[in-house]
Design a protein around this ligand. Sequence first.
Ligand SMILES: Nc1ncnc2c1ncn2[C@@H]1O[C@H](COP(=O)(O)O)[C@@H](O)[C@H]1OP(=O)(O)O
Ligand SMILES: [Mg+2]
Length: 364
Amino acid sequence: MASVRDNQYLDHELHVALLAVQRAAILTKSVFHNHAKGTLNKSDASPVTIGDFGAQALIISALQHNFPDDEIVAEEEAKDLRGEKGQEVRETVWNLVSQTRLENKEYEETLGGSVKSADAMLDLIDKGDSQGGGKGRIWAIDPIDGTKGFLRGGQYAVCLALMIDGDVKVGVLGCPNLPISDSEPLTEGIGKDASDEEGKFGVVFAAKEGYGAVSCPLSKRGDLKMDEINMKPLENVADATFCESVEAGHSSQGDAAAIAKKLGITKPSVRMDSQAKYGSIARGAGDLYLRLPVRADYVEKIWDHAAGELIVREAGGMVTDSEGNRLNFKLGRTLKENKGVIAAPKNVHGKVIEVVKEVLGAKQ
Ligand SMILES: Nc1ncnc2c1ncn2[C@@H]1O[C@H](COP(=O)(O)O)[C@@H](O)[C@H]1OP(=O)(O)O
Ligand SMILES: [Mg+2]
């Protein structure tokens, strides 16, 4: 298979996405550490709010500079930052956005440099209002996926994906709190007291459709020392380690336990927030990701899955909903045809789906 590094197809898109995610992650890390140390300025807005707006503005700025005609589907809108009411938060976010840059000047130039003004920043945030769909080039952004994890010093991810005609072609996940080493065991997080030092934590996952998946350490320079990643071979599904949400409201932990038991799995689940779950199984730190609907009326958002889904597929896995259907990103901002997510190595995915259907079917 051609490698993600040795071809030109969507190379510039991947390069910009990797740099944009790293720059946005510098901002989210600084929001977390300043907040934890109580030094974030006067605004009493939640650090999640500040990090979300700031990261979204920085990513969209890079996309607009490089691909001005592309559409963007992003989670946040700037309404609450406008006018007098929004002034305090706006200033806090603007402070961060105007100060955050990659240390490597050439890379920073690739991203188009700083945002020009606070007003320009608001307009950039609002560029993420595309309705999505199955036509053309559309980027999907989740500036901070796993907000609960972010707040507790656990896992969260800065997520960016490019879809062309509704197919995910490029996916990048920045996971500041995952261990750099692909061989470290699955972990919930580094905790509130974690230092901001580079070297041990912080990883970026990336994939291009048809060209494999890679990881590299997250760095303030934006350096890209990428290694190919692959899912761990799993002969017997009973030997699997599976991951699921920390939040019981996002994925049924009871159903996951019943499914694991039927599959003969004895290892306890690893619970972590965000699309870090996709990255973790893609690099072989775990085997399965089970996301089982809790509420029948919840529809998953495309920005919560696009990058992770591609990264797992390109690392040799299969990703479907709980009925075994591929996730359909062509239907707008949500995955309205899919319920739940099951990601597994290809050779055991069918078996897992069989058991998922049995367990969920028995409840009806
Ligand atoms: N009832 C729900 N079922 C599934 N996912 C949900 C539900 N409510 C919120 N989410 C989303 O789950 C994602 C986090 O997933 P995880 O548990 O894997 O970390 C968030 O993007 C969150 O969206 P939102 O940010 O809109 O609240
Ligand atoms: Mg999210």
